[in-house]
Design a protein around this ligand. Structure first.
Ligand code: CA
Length: 222
């Protein structure tokens, strides 16, 4: 799971990142609003911890811009201000949670875990003519009503591609997401997994395709 921390107080950003890494999350840090927005738009994060008072672009404007661009990462806002109006502005613009500074680092971690767990609890993902069931590890074609089992790794890769449908996802992003940062790149044969998934999609007669984009990665097309 990848998390972006957008926070201009270096010390706080560092404390948050260190703690999250100890919880096995992959963490990037941006220390100004412009950098944070660019990162959030170009990389794929499961969750973004977003400070409001930031140099260059403030957190609320970043939040609006991300939701406008259909970025669906979970977003937890951080702020020194704690008026109800501020919170409402955050929630109205698509923030998932809100934490007032100063906070205890363990509370932030707990909230991160809650957000990312609610992601997982949503067991069925529907895209195009297929239904991916995360609980039973099956994919079903709604059109043909055919069902097939998939392995855990295939499921994770397919889920990731589905959540980023019609976008190019790089091999590095998939490795990072599925195998984590400490992976020996060569040892995991991503191409083989993609080929298994393609075969299974064909067996159930789905019209979803996974295209290889030369030198860039893969794209699930609906
Ligand atoms: Ca700040």
């Amino acid at each position: 799971m990848r998390i972006l921390v957008v926070e201009d107080e270096y010390k706080l950003a560092d404390i948050i990142a260190t703690k999250l890494r100890s919880e096995k999350y992959n963490v990037d840090i941006s220390t100004n609003g412009l950098d944070g927005l660019n990162n959030a738009l170009t990389e794929i994060y499961d969750l973004i911890i977003l400070d409001i008072m930031l140099p260059k672009i403030n957190g609320i404007d970043i939040l609006k811009e991300l939701r406008k661009n259909n970025i669906e990462s979970k977003i937890i806002m951080l702020t020194a201000r704690s008026t109800i109006e501020d919170k409402l502005i955050g929630f109205e613009n698509g923030a998932n949670d809100y934490l007032t500074k100063p906070f205890h680092i363990d509370e932030l971690i707990a909230r991160v875990n809650v957000q990312l767990r609610s992601n997982i609890n949503n067991n069925i993902i529907n895209i195009g003519d297929i239904e991916l069931n995360l609980k039973t590890s099956t994919i079903k074609c709604i059109k043909s009503n055919e069902l097939i089992n998939i392995s855990y790794k295939e499921l994770m890769i397919l889920e990731y591609l589905m959540k980023n449908k019609n976008q190019i996802v790089s091999k590095e992003q998939i490795y990072d997401k599925i195998w984590g940062i400490d992976t020996d790149f060569e040892s995991n044969n991503l191409e083989a997994y993609i080929s298994f998934i393609r075969k299974k999609l064909k067996i159930i007669d789905s019209n979803i395709t996974i295209k290889a984009v030369r030198g860039m990665g893969y794209k699930l097309e609906v």
